[in-house]
Design a binder for this molecule. Structure first.
Ligand code: UDP
Ligand code: MG
Length: 326
């Protein structure tokens, strides 16, 4: 793959590769090896490996890699903060004029990085990647992810194309804008769209995980999906008003019917069944929306507390206090 570094930027620009890693001891060495093979020789690059509270030998692997090559630095988070916050930590420590975010498990192939760079050299500030349907992902994951993107686009009015993952290049301008967004419930896929800037998307073939197992459990996926919706949309709250109106209307219609039966027809049957069902229905809806409101209030509480969104316990190859934006 040829990369034309001359276009637009010249050789002075630098690139940081940010890699969140949770129990990825078997992947990091191969990832770094492959990256050094595919990155152009005349490019100044560094890698920020973020150990997101791993319980295996991920941190020792990062320390060893950093000792061998000074372009590799590591940030160890004090516990497992989650993929999105590990990415954020990486972004805060990255110094490059552009930052590439990619997974540690080689599902995001390193040889796509030069293609991302090429688009950046041509002037794009954000280069998204779209996973080509390869059939390797489990059917349930593919279907639920497709359904999620539909619902997200519908509720938030901002489109995320199915297959768009957290594998992308962002220009320094975008990184700084992202770091200025101090919100909780971080959902980078939405936020990267929200900040704007000129963007392009390229397709790539998603590989099988090289080693280890996915740490995205169904619970974590659901959490991410709800974070995405709740931080980009108040439609769930407005839905409460709509459903409230509809059910009140139905309740009034029922009242009219009851008055008609009791007053005009005069043969009121003991109507406890309908009364109970209406009360149950209304209470059900009421509690559901109390839950939605409580969730949003909970988010306000978390936001107001203003706790740091990640804590680095130690670093290699970079000063611990070098983080920006958090
Ligand atoms: N990851 C992380 N913290 C977590 C879960 C995952 O930093 O709590 C990292 C993980 O090491 C990988 C990336 O996020 O580099 C994607 O995770 P994974 O491969 O488990 O997800 P999947 O590809 O199955 O969606
Ligand atoms: Mg993976």
């Amino acid at each position: 793959m040829s990369v034309n570094c001359e276009v637009g930027l010249g050789h002075s620009k630098t690139v940081s590769i940010v890699v969140p890693a949770h129990n990825e001891e078997g992947n990091l060495t191969t990832l770094v090896e492959q990256l050094s093979l595919v990155l152009p020789d005349d490019l100044t690059w560094d890698v920020v490996l973020v150990d997101d509270g791993s319980v295996d030998e991920t941190w020792s692997a990062i320390e060893a890699l950093s000792k061998k090559d000074e372009r590799i630095c590591g940030v160890r988070l004090s516990r497992n903060f989650g993929h999105q916050y590990a990415l954020l930590a990486g972004l805060s420590y990255a110094k490059g004029d552009a930052v590439v975010m990619m997974d540690a498990d080689l599902q995001h192939p390193p040889n796509v990085v030069p293609v991302l760079l090429e688009e950046w050299y041509k002037g794009a500030k954000i280069v998204h990647t779209i996973r080509r349907e390869s059939g390797t992902e489990p059917l349930v994951k593919r279907l639920t992810s497709k359904a999620f993107y539909r619902v997200f686009s519908l509720l938030s009015g901002s489109t995320i194309r199915p297959g768009m993952a957290d594998f992308r290049l962002v220009d320094r301008l975008v990184v700084d804008s992202l770091l200025e967004c101090k919100e909780e419930g971080l959902f980078l896929r939405g936020l990267v769209n929200w900040v704007g800037f000129k963007s392009v998307a390229i397709e790539f073939e998603c590989h099988e995980r090289f080693s280890g197992a996915s740490s995205y459990t169904a619970r974590k996926m659901l959490r991410l999906a709800w974070d995405g919706i709740a931080s980009f949309s108040v439609v769930p709250l407005r839905l409460g008003i709509l459903i409230g109106l509809l059910t009140s209307f139905a309740a009034f219609a029922e009242l009219g019917y009851v008055l008609y039966v009791a007053g005009i027809q005069g043969d009121a049957v003991p109507g406890w069944a309908s009364a109970v069902s209406i009360i149950t229905l209304l209470f059900g809806i009421l509690f559901m929306f109390l839950g939605v409101i409580a969730e949003y209030i909970g988010r306000i509480l978390i936001e107001v507390r203003g706790r740091p969104r990640f804590i680095a316990s130690e670093t290699v190859g970079v000063a611990r206090d070098a983080a920006r934006g958090d």
